[in-house]
Design a protein around this ligand. Structure first.
Ligand code: GSH
Length: 212
C-alpha cells in the first residue's frame, strides 16, 4: 500500500498517474496547499520542505521529489515499461529528459508561478515572471522541435514516464502568454498521453482538466 500526498495539479501529477496505472493499492491524501497545510507539524515530519508530492511506502518509508518518486515506482513495477531498461538504447535519452524536465523546465515554471520566492518587490517579481515566461516558452519550443524530428514521444516511438512529466509541466503553462499546448508537437504529445488510462484517471481524481 502506497500513500501519496498530493495537491491537485501539482508536481504530484506524474507519480499519481503512474500509481493509477500500476494497479497496486494506494491511498491519495490531499494536502490543502492554499490553506497552508503543507506547513503543519505532522506534514513537516514527512516532508521538511513543505512541498508535495510525498510518497509513503513499505509502511513507514518516506520519500519526496517528484522525479525520484517516478523513477522509484518505475523500478518497482517493471510490469509497465515506464522507463527503458538499463541496457536499452533509449536509456541515456530517457535519463537526460528526466533531469532536464525536473531541474531546468520545472524550475523555470516555478519562477513564473512563485516569483516571490526568488526576489522581493513587485517590479522585480514582475521582471522575474516575464523572463521565466520567455524561457519556458523557449524550452517548450525546443521540445516541440525535438518531437518534430523524433517524436511522437520524447524518446521516439515509445512512451515512458518522461512523457507524463513533460505533459504535467505543459499544463503548468496554461496561463502563460504562449501555453505549451499551442505548439503542435507538444500538443500531439499531450493528446497521446491523455489516451493512457493512468493519466486520464489522475486528471479525474484530482478534479482538473488538461488544456489541448
Ligand atoms: N522539486 C519538488 C518541487 C515540489 C513543489 O514545489 N511542489 C509545489 C506544488 S507544485 C508545492 O508543494 N508548493 C507548496 C509551497 O510552495 O508552499 C518536486 O518536484 O517534487
Amino acid at each position: 500500500m502506497y500513500k501519496l500526498y498530493f495537491a491537485p495539479g501539482s508536481a504530484a501529477m506524474a507519480p499519481h498517474a503512474m500509481l493509477e496505472e500500476i494497479g497496486a493499492p494506494f491511498e491519495l491524501i490531499k494536502v490543502d496547499t492554499k490553506a497552508g497545510d503543507q506547513h503543519s507539524a505532522d506534514y513537516l515530519k514527512l516532508n521538511p520542505h513543505a512541498r508535495v508530492p510525498t510518497l509513503v511506502y513499505d509502511g513507514d518509508r518516506v520519500m519526496y521529489e517528484s522525479t525520484a518518486i517516478c523513477l522509484f515506482l518505475a523500478d518497482r513495477h517493471p510490469n509497465i515499461p515506464f522507463m527503458p531498461k538499463s541496457d536499452s538504447k533509449d536509456r541515456g535519452l530517457f535519463l537526460q529528459w528526466m533531469a532536464y524536465l525536473t531541474n531546468t523546465l520545472q524550475e523555470s515554471c516555478m519562477h513564473w508561478w512563485h516569483s516571490e520566492k526568488f526576489v522581493d518587490g513587485d517590479s522585480e517579481q514582475a521582471a522575474v515572471k516575464c523572463k521565466a515566461e520567455q524561457r519556458t516558452a523557449e524550452m517548450f519550443r525546443f521540445l516541440d522541435e525535438q518531437l518534430a524530428k523524433s517524436g511522437p514521444y520524447l524518446c521516439g516511438s515509445t512512451f515512458y514516464v518522461c512523457d507524463y512529466y513533460a505533459v504535467m509541466l505543459a499544463r503548468w503553462t496554461r496561463a502563460m502568454v504562449t501555453p505549451a499546448h499551442t505548439t503542435p508537437n507538444v500538443n500531439k504529445l499531450i493528446r497521446a498521453v491523455m489516451q493512457r488510462p493512468g493519466y486520464a484517471r489522475m486528471l479525474k481524481a484530482e478534479g482538473i482538466e488538461q488544456p489541448v
